[in-house]
Design a protein around this ligand. Structure first.
Ligand code: ADP
Ligand code: ADP
Length: 233
């Protein structure tokens, strides 16, 4: 059974008197434990599709079902709830809280989920250890390198055991070597059974995935298996 079922999704933005069809009828399914890169030139609809998949916004038309949740019919409160439960986000800019520890950052989704403090801290430590930051739990983001900051963001994304890890240009602010280390971590997470979707315009990043979906003008142009994925490390 697919984790994601997207059928004929459209998103139309009204710009004065003209309509922008950011998504013009996109259909695809994602099964459990797939590793997908979404590519395409600037303006092709990547961010819009990511916002749909991530339950940040609803489509103009079409259907999006995420693990039996009919996301395309949800109001904002329902979206927020399903987003926090089902999606782990990783951003180019890390989006960490700067004044609080790694532990507190990683705990955040569990606070929204209503988990008790002791249990939260234990779970947050567990995921920070998993991403190689077990000895950095009390550090603040500004005391860490870029790669370590992104690891904290990945820990935060994983802490809820989400159905999908959704990463938007996750290596965009990192040097090549550090970016490779983050892709190695994604490879490990994929092998452990996670379902990963990476939005990127960099072919070298996409080549780590097992499937590449290419957008153009709000439509899927190609959807292909990666024959020889780069196995990081
Ligand atoms: P990409 O991420 O591939 O660069 P986007 O999804 O950001 O593409 O944008 C797709 C199209 O939709 C572009 O033409 C863009 O200008 C337009 N668009 C995106 N967001 C908005 C918005 N909030 N209002 C109006 N137009 C938008
Ligand atoms: P960019 O792709 O320009 O670097 P980001 O990666 O920071 O931007 O964000 C990508 C998308 O996710 C944007 O549409 C933004 O509105 C949304 N977003 C960013 N941060 C959060 C957040 N903490 N929670 C929910 N949505 C966010």
């Amino acid at each position: 059974k697919p984790v994601i079922q997207i059928t004929d999704l459209t998103k139309v933005y009204q710009m004065g008197h003209t309509e922008v069809h950011a998504l013009a009828g996109v259909s695809f399914d994602v099964k459990e434990n797939e590793y997908i890169a979404i590519m395409g030139p600037s303006g092709s609809g990547k961010s819009t599709l990511m916002n749909m998949i991530g339950c940040l916004d609803t489509p103009t038309s079409g259907e999006y079902i995420l693990n039996n949740n009919r996301v395309s019919e949800m109001d904002d409160a329902e979206l927020a709830e399903v987003r926090n439960r089902e999606i782990g986000f990783v951003f180019q800019t890390f989006n960490l809280l700067p004044r609080t520890s790694c532990l507190a950052n990683a705990e955040l989704p569990l606070i929204y989920a209503g988990m008790k403090s002791a249990e939260r801290k234990e779970r947050a430590k567990e995921v920070l250890t998993k991403v190689g930051l077990g000895d950095r739990v009390d550090h603040k983001p500004n005391e860490l390198s870029g790669g370590q900051r992104q690891r904290v963001a990945i820990a935060r994304a994983l802490v809820n055991n989400p159905s999908i890890l959704l990463a938007d240009e996750p290596t965009g602010n990192l040097d090549t070597k550090t970016g490779e280390e983050i892709m190695l971590l994604f490879e490990e997470l994929y092998r452990q059974g996670n379902t990963i979707i990476v939005v990127t315009h960099e072919q070298e990043i996409a080549d780590h995935a097992r499937r590449i979906v290419r957008l153009r003008d709000g439509l899927i142009e190609t959807d292909q298996v990666v024959e020889n994925p780069i196995l990081a490390g």
